[in-house]
Design a protein around this ligand. Structure first.
Ligand SMILES: [Zn+2]
Length: 489
C-alpha cells in the first residue's frame, strides 16, 4: 500500500518515470535498510527521510518539465535556462513556506553559455544503418558546420598501444572506457592524432545517456551508451574490407546575456555568528543525486531548525542554493565567486559551512566479468561517502563528523579526503571551517540518475548527521574552529 507521503510524491511529480521501482519482493522504498535512532537522539526523528525525499522528486519534475518543453536531449536544471529560473523560484518558495527571513533570489549574470541545439549520429555498413541515439556531446564540444560523413575506426581503450598502426586522421574514432579504469586520455589522444569526430563508449550496463565534462578537443566528442557502442563496434568489425561510415552533425550555440541565481534564506539565531548551509541547484537530466538530494537535505535542515526556538539556536543560519558548476568553463561558479569576493562581510564570524552535495546514493553493482547478463544490480542500502571535515588542523570537527555519521548509520570512507569531495566547498574550505560528504557513482550525470537512486534512508541519515554536527559545533566557541587561511597549493 502506498503511504500518504508516497501519494504526495507521485502527485507532485506527475505521471513520470520516477515512481518507486518494483522488485521481486516489493517496492524499493520499503526494501531499504533502516537504521534505528540511537538513544538520546530522539529529537532528530523530526527529520524524516521519506518527507525530505519529496523534494528530490519535485526537482526531478522541474527537469522533466524542461525536457518536455522542447529540449529532448540536453536537459536538466541547467544554468541560465527557464528550468533554472523555475528551480530558483521553487526553492525560494520552500524557504518562504518554512518561514526563513530575507528570502531572495540574487541574479548572477553569466558568460555566454554552451547550448547544443540538436545533433544526430549514425553508423552504416553493408546496407545496415544504426542510429546512435544515446550519443551525447561532451560539455562545450565544438559543433560541426555541416553534416560530416566519415570512415569509422576502432581504437579499443585508446592507449598509445591501441592507436599503433592505425591512421585516425579525418576519421570517426570509437574508444571505450569504464568507470574505475585508469584514464587513458583516449579522447584527447584521438584529437591530437587528427580525428574528425570522437565517440567514447561508456561500458556500464545498459544504454545510458551520459553528459561528460569538457574534453577540450577540436573535434566534436560524444559519449555513447554501451548498447549503441558495442553495436557500432561490431559493425566496424563486420566491415573490415570497406570501412563502416559515420554521419555526424552537431549544432551548438553560445547563448549570451543569460543569468542564473543564488537563492538565499536566513534563520536568525541568538547571535550574529553564522552557520552556512549550501547546496548547488544545477544538474543534468533529473539530477537526483547531483544535486537534488543535496538541496533536499538543505531544506530538511531549514525545516528542522525553523521549529526550534530562536533563543536555543546559538548561531544565525544562512541557507544558499548555489548556481552550481556544471556549466564548466568561463563563467562557471559565478555565484560562488561572488560569495568569495564578499568573504569579509559574509564569513568573518562563520563557525561552520556544510556543503550538501550528493549526500545519498543507492549502492549498485555492475558485474561485467562473471554475470554480464544481470545488468546493473540494485541493493537495499547506500554507498559510503567520501568526506572532509575541516582538515587535519580541526581534529575536533573531524571527530564530531565521524561520530555523527556513525550514530545515524550513514557510512563514510574510513579516511577523509585531503580536500573536500565534489566541487562546491572547494572555494571556501581554505578560509572557513567546512564539512562536505559526497558520493555519486554509476548513474552520476546520466539520464538514469532518477529519484530512485537517492535512497530516502541515506538522505535521512545524512541530514540527521548534518544536524548533529551543527548542534555539536554550536557547543564550541568560534575560536575552536577558526584557523588562519590556508594558502592555495
Ligand atoms: Zn554536484
Amino acid at each position: 500500500m502506498m503511504s500518504a507521503m508516497g501519494k504526495l510524491l507521485v502527485l507532485a511529480i506527475g505521471a513520470v518515470n520516477v515512481v518507486a521501482q518494483t522488485h521481486a519482493l516489493g517496492k524499493l522504498d520499503d526494501a531499504l535498510l533502516e537504521w534505528p535512532l540511537p538513544a538520546g537522539d530522539q529529537r532528530y526523528a523530526a527529520i524524516d527521510g521519506r518527507h525530505v525525499h519529496q523534494y528530490v522528486g519535485e526537482q526531478a519534475a522541474i527537469s522533466l518539465e524542461y525536457r518536455d518543453q522542447g529540449h529532448p536531449k540536453f536537459w536538466g536544471r541547467i544554468i541560465g535556462t527557464s528550468g533554472d529560473a523555475r528551480d530558483a523560484e521553487w526553492l525560494a518558495a520552500k524557504f518562504r513556506a518554512i518561514g526563513l527571513a530575507d528570502v531572495r533570489i540574487q541574479p548572477v549574470p553569466l558568460d555566454p553559455q554552451w547550448m547544443p541545439r540538436s545533433w544526430e549520429v549514425s553508423i552504416r555498413s553493408g546496407g545496415k544503418v544504426l542510429n546512435l541515439d544515446s550519443a551525447q556531446p561532451d560539455y562545450g564540444a565544438n559543433g560541426t558546420s555541416a553534416e560530416l560523413d566519415l570512415d569509422a575506426v576502432y581504437v579499443g581503450l585508446g592507449s598509445e598501444a591501441d592507436f599503433a598502426g592505425r591512421d585516425v586522421r579525418g576519421k570517426a574514432v570509437f574508444t571505450f572506457s569504464e568507470l574505475g579504469m585508469k584514464p587513458e586520455g583516449a579522447v584527447k589522444r584521438a584529437d591530437q592524432k587528427g580525428a574528425a569526430a570522437i565517440f567514447e563508449v561508456n561500458m556500464l550496463p545498459g544504454n545510458l545517456r551520459y553528459q561528460a565534462y569538457p574534453s577540450g578537443t577540436q573535434a566534436p566528442a560524444f559519449t555513447v551508451g554501451s548498447v549503441d557502442g558495442y553495436a557500432a563496434r561490431d559493425l566496424i568489425a563486420a566491415s573490415a574490407d570497406r570501412p563502416a561510415r559515420v554521419k555526424v552533425r552537431l549544432d551548438v550555440e553560445r547563448v549570451p546575456n543569460l543569468k542564473t541565481a543564488l537563492v538565499w534564506g536566513t534563520l536568525p539565531g541568538a547571535s550574529d555568528e553564522t552557520i552556512y548551509v549550501i547546496a548547488h541547484r544545477d544538474g543534468w537530466f533529473q539530477a537526483a543525486g547531483d544535486n537534488a538530494g543535496g538541496v533536499a537535505a538543505m531544506i530538511g535542515l531549514a525545516e528542522y531548525y525553523a521549529k526550534i526556538p530562536r533563543a536555543e539556536r546559538r548561531r544565525t543560519m544562512v541557507f544558499i542554493g548555489l548556481d552550481g558548476h556544471h556549466n564548466t568553463g568561463p563563467g562557471s561558479g559565478a555565484g560562488r565567486r561572488w560569495l568569495v569576493e564578499h568573504r569579509s562581510e559574509l564569513f568573518d564570524k562563520t563557525a561552520l559551512m556544510i556543503n550538501c552535495e550528493h549526500p545519498a546514493t543507492l549502492q549498485t553493482y555492475a558485474y561485467p566479468h562473471y554475470q554480464e547478463e544481470r545488468g546493473m544490480v540494485w541493493t537495499d542500502t547506500v554507498l559510503a561517502q567520501q568526506w572532509y571535515a575541516g582538515g587535519p588542523s580541526r581534529p575536533e570537527l573531524q571527530a564530531i563528523t565521524v561520530k555523527a555519521f556513525h550514530e545515524f548509520g550513514a557510512p563514510l570512507d574510513l579516511d577523509p579526503d585531503p580536500r573536500p569531495p565534489a566541487g562546491d566547498l572547494g572555494q571556501f574550505f581554505r578560509f572557513l571551517p567546512g564539512v562536505a560528504t559526497s558520493e555519486f557513482y554509476q548513474y552520476f550525470h546520466t539520464d538514469q540518475e532518477t529519484p530512485e537512486v537517492v535512497p530516502w534512508t541515506g538522505l535521512e541519515a545524512t541530514t540527521r548527521a548534518y544536524a548533529k554536527i551543527i548542534d555539536e559545533v554550536n557547543k564550541l566557541p568560534l575560536s575552536a574552529l577558526k584557523r588562519p587561511p590556508e594558502p592555495e597549493r
